[in-house]
Design a protein around this ligand. Structure first.
Ligand code: ATP
Ligand code: MG
Length: 378
């Protein structure tokens, strides 16, 4: 698979660098660590790293893509169970002996070579019992089974049920299961799993953490050089430098640039700008997903983002900006909560008490395009 393929990578030879992160993840999976967190901003290669590691280890695995819930404000237990039902059926194809274990779970029916949940309600089919059955299967096979939740922070939208006690139970008693949670939103992932909250069922449990960051500048340029070289192309270095200036070292954006340039058969600054436009559209859509459930404060969030994008980067500068914008006083507690939510969602990051827009593409988009978003949300 070429380096500039826009889908997630699944094989080691397709992955650029990430040697250290991959080793840590593979090690953890091989040891069947009960809890593994794979954290990083969007488009930094979390799904790719997870897939490569699972392929390298050749462990049986069930990966639940929670991104399907991204546009939802809330999700119900039944939504999660429907996703799980589908995944269990996929899993049972190569590992059909698992059906013998699943058939004993209350509320599960065997249907030919697959399973069916009688209903999707918490009362009728228990996630704990499903995990127990899977663990018994894994134990019987003498293997470790990895259960991964990709973009797990989406599960914090779960209403009317909580899966944390089940995860904690599995952590303590189901030794043949290894849980992986990936998430772009560090705060939210911590907030969802609540690993540092004494009231959380998972409190105090140890875990392995793998973090992915954007490539440093030099590596980002090298990534582009290698990617174009695969197609026998040697673009002018200043165009590549310009691409990294605008797109930063985010692998997903660099890949999109390479992919688009090759498709257009042109590698110049205009293509970089064009990719920036496409990428802006994508990040604004994602910002909309963040703002929609918070529509009452949407204008305030946008004003804060505009302030930060323009360089009003400290608490007091942001506060003043917001007060001028709204024409009235803003309370410290309000501002604290707004900033905390933006940090939790990894939309902002904070360094030495200065706030920054985490993704340079979002910063660009906010300065040029949020007026549209303002209108759409009002
Ligand atoms: N180390 C890498 N080598 C080659 N390509 C990569 C690497 N990391 C990421 N990519 C590419 O960048 C894009 C985004 O990667 P991926 O989907 O794995 O990231 P992610 O962090 O899961 O993103 P998202 O936040 O959208 O879920 C894909 O096109 C992928 O092929
Ligand atoms: Mg992903």
């Amino acid at each position: 698979m070429p380096l500039f393929d826009p889908g997630p990578k699944a094989r080691r030879e397709d992955l650029y660098d990430r040697e250290r992160e991959l080793e840590t993840l593979i090690n953890a999976v091989e040891k069947c660590e009960p809890l593994i967190l794979l954290l990083g901003p969007r488009r930094c290669g979390k799904t790719s790293l997870l897939q490569v590691a699972l392929n390298e280890c050749r462990v049986p695995n069930i990966v639940l893509d929670c991104r399907v819930f991204e546009e939802r404000i809330h999700i119900r237990y039944a939504d999660l169970m429907k996703v799980l039902e589908k995944k269990l059926n996929e899993f049972a194809k190569p590992f059909n002996r698992v059906l013998e274990f699943l058939r004993r779970v209350r509320g599960i029916r065997i249907l030919g070579s697959g399973i069916e949940f009688e209903t999707y309600s918490v009362r009728n089919v228990s996630l704990t019992e499903i995990f127990e059955a899977l663990s018994r299967w894994a134990e019987d096979e003498g293997r470790c089974l990895v259960i991964a939740f990709d973009e797990a922070q989406e599960l914090s939208k779960l209403r009317g049920a909580t899966i944390l006690p089940t995860i904690a139970y599995a952590y303590d008693y189901l030794r043949n299961l290894s849980f992986v949670f990936t998430g772009s939103m560090m705060g939210l992932l911590y907030r969802f799993l609540k690993l540092d909250d004494p009231r959380s069922p998972l409190y105090g449990r140890g875990f392995v953490e793998v973090r992915l960051a954007p490539f440093p500048r030099e590596q980002a340029v090298d990534f582009l050089i290698k990617g174009f070289r695969e197609h026998g192309v040697e673009p002018p270095i200043e165009v590549l430098e310009y691409a990294v200036d605008r797109l930063d070292g985010v692998p997903g954006w660099l890949t999109l640039f390479g992919y688009t340039a090759l498709n257009r058969g042109r590698i110049d600054r205009e293509i970089v700008d064009e990719v920036l436009e496409i990428a802006s559209g994508m990040v604004l859509e994602e910002l909309k997903h963040f703002l929609e459930p918070r529509y009452q404060a949407a204008k305030r969030y946008l004003a804060i983002l505009r302030a930060v994008a323009q360089g009003f980067d400290t608490w007091s500068k942001i506060k003043k900006f917001l007060e001028v914008e709204e024409g009235s006083k803003v309370s410290d507690s309000d501002l604290y909560l707004l900033l905390k939510n933006l940090l939790d969602a990894s939309i902002l990051r904070k360094e030495d008490n200065e706030y920054r827009i985490a993704d340079p593409v979002l910063a660009y988009a906010i300065l040029r395009k949020t007026i549209r978003l303002d209108k759409e949300l009002s």
